[in-house]
Design a protein around this ligand. Structure first.
Ligand code: SF4
Length: 343
């Protein structure tokens, strides 16, 4: 048995994104946010027009597609800026807005063809909902993504090519009652089916979780991590719930029917959840990032750096690390060399 490091020891206590990219892609990588003009079934009336309780009508989008900017034009505008700042980093296309598989398989294939043709693209990250992947049907969209990944891996351009495909898949909570109150329109079992179907095709799955949703119990984040541990998930993004302009949550907050969590509560919940998280799951985000001008509450939601510092301090104070409770009680795996890699 190895000697556990003491509280004073400074070492990476979570599996950070930089180390994951090094392992998967052979080096640093940056994401170029792109808008392909997809909608969302929870916004366009397919499921509902209300949206998830925390989502504003912009759906995390830039709106550039609606303004007439093609993917190639968006890439031409944004990629050189990132290249100038991070000359050694690989660039990944990141379809972030709305639900990027909410279309026919043919439309998705057209978008993937456009992405393949972007100069220097080294992979794809794509945000979507678990009920928009056909995991129970003919799997045409998942097959299109898998074909895109295989095609990219075979390009032989001396770099990884778009062979790397990550699906950013919203779960938010593993508690179906919480999902229902949040207006998600899918349950946890739907997420599990989608994650298994995607991973079976070689696609990486990064799950999104939110702490402090209406009706969530004090251990919701920890329990959701336990749920993810049983699935073929490669990454997780953790978020504090923000009250943003234009959301259903804004109305609840203004009426006094919702009170956001405090920063200390969030830090404690995150550290407890991280200690349960499987050590091979990369922690890709530790706190939410509000878009400029959208945050109403809590005040501390605008200070992401302060939240990250509080989480880091609490990991250190408890002398704990990712996976300590159940996977690696004696010492953490060697994820990286520096503590600065924490996302
Ligand atoms: S959070 Fe995602 S799934 Fe929910 S309404 Fe917004 S875009 Fe749709």
């Amino acid at each position: 048995m190895s000697t556990p490091p003491g509280p004073a020891a400074d070492f990476p206590r979570i599996f950070p994104l930089a180390a994951y990219f090094r392992a998967r892609l052979g080096g640093a990588a940056r994401k170029v946010p792109l808008d392909a003009g997809f909608s969302c079934p929870n916004r366009d009336g397919t499921l509902s027009r209300a949206g998830c309780v925390f989502c504003n009508p912009a759906g995390s989008g830039t709106g550039l597609f609606a303004q007439g900017h093609s993917l190639a034009q968006q890439w031409a505008r944004l990629a050189p800026r990132l290249r100038a700042r991070h000359p050694k980093a690989l660039l990944l296309a990141y379809l972030q807005s709305y639900t990027n598989t909410h279309a026919s398989a043919g439309r998705l294939r057209d978008v993937l063809d456009e992405i393949s043709a972007l100069p220097g693209v080294a992979g794809l990250c794509l945000g979507t909902r678990p009920d928009c992947l056909d995991a129970e049907g003919d799997c045409a969209r998942l097959d299109a993504l898998a074909a895109f990944a295989e095609r990219g891996a075979a390009t032989g351009r001396g770099q990884p090519g778009p062979g790397f495909v990550q699906l950013d898949l919203g779960l938010q909570s593993a508690d179906d009652r919480v999902l229902e109150r949040a207006g998600r329109g899918h349950d946890a079992a739907c997420f599990a089916r989608a994650a298994r179907a995607a991973a079976a095709r070689g696609l990486s799955v990064c799950a999104h979780l939110v702490h402090g949703l209406p009706g969530a119990g004090p251990h919701d984040l920890r329990d959701s991590v336990d749920f993810l541990n049983g699935l073929p998930v490669a990454g997780v993004k953790l978020h504090n719930l923000l009250v943003c302009r234009g959301t259903a949550l804004e109305g609840m907050w203004r009426a006094g029917r919702f009170v956001p969590s405090g920063r200390e509560d969030y830090a404690q919940a995150v550290v407890a959840a991280l200690a349960r998280l499987r050590p091979d799951i990369c922690v890709q985000r530790l706190a939410a990032d509000p878009a400029p001008g959208e945050l109403l509450a809590p005040d501390w939601g605008a200070d992401k750096a302060g939240t990250l510092a509080r989480i880091r301090a609490e990991l250190h104070r408890r002398n704990t690390w990712q996976g300590r409770d159940g996977f690696c009680p004696d010492s953490p795996p060697r994820w990286g060399d520096t503590v600065e890699e924490t996302p």
